[in-house]
Write a protein that binds this ligand. Structure first.
Ligand code: HEM
Length: 165
């Protein structure tokens, strides 16, 4: 998978445009503090809007478009820092001390999952049921209109059509 930069770029673009946690987890300040000109009292709650950070037009060109190419630099390398250690551009896993400890595991699984789904199946729209990427807030953010797809196994011996809902 290391030799598949576009795969990584697709996963990153998914996390930028549709982070599973729009507000990450709430954080609590331990001292009276000032943040971006606002006074936050001790024990006050601070939420970080990761979804808006990933859509900031001052940082991202055409932020609402799904464009994995934005992550591919010269020499086909994937260029981005999602840990917030070199500046906050997108933070789907949070940043700093409480960053998701499973960031490496999660990225590996996402890439592994996507590559296998694409390698094993051909994905097509269900006629009259176009894919709508609107979001809905549940415990995490999910698709407002669950994906319906015609999924055709690529290997001939398993070639029967499945409809996923
Ligand atoms: C796509 C997958 C995942 C995403 C987007 C994600 C995202 C996040 C986010 C945003 C936080 C809060 C960070 C903050 O407060 O600033 C978090 C915390 C956490 N995540 Fe994940 N996570 C993912 C998968 C996982 C997995 C697979 C595990 C465990 C195997 C995991 C374990 C944890 C734990 C234990 C914390 C709490 C860390 C702390 O408060 O110190 N996450 N994650």
């Amino acid at each position: 998978m290391k030799k598949m930069p576009y795969l990584k770029a697709v996963v990153l673009e998914g996390l930028r445009r549709h982070p599973p946690g729009h507000l990450l987890l709430p954080h609590r300040v331990t001292e009276d503090t000032e943040l971006g000109g606002y006074k936050v009292p001790k024990k006050g709650t601070v939420n970080f809007n990761a979804a808006e950070i990933g859509r900031d037009p001052r940082v991202w060109e055409e932020p609402m478009e799904f464009k994995p190419e934005r992550f591919i630099g010269e020499g086909e390398e994937v260029e981005v820092d999602i840990t917030g250690s070199r500046g906050i551009k997108m933070i789907p896993f949070g940043a700093g001390r409480r960053i998701c400890p499973a960031i490496g595991l999660a990225m590996l699984h996402l890439e592994y999952f996507v590559v296998n789904m694409v390698n094993e199946f051909e994905w097509k729209e269900v006629e009259g049921d176009e894919v709508d990427l609107s979001e809905k807030l549940e415990f995490t953010v999910v698709m407002k209109y669950p994906l319906k797809a015609r999924v055709v196994p690529r290997r001939r011996r398993r070639r029967h059509i499945l409809v996923m809902a």
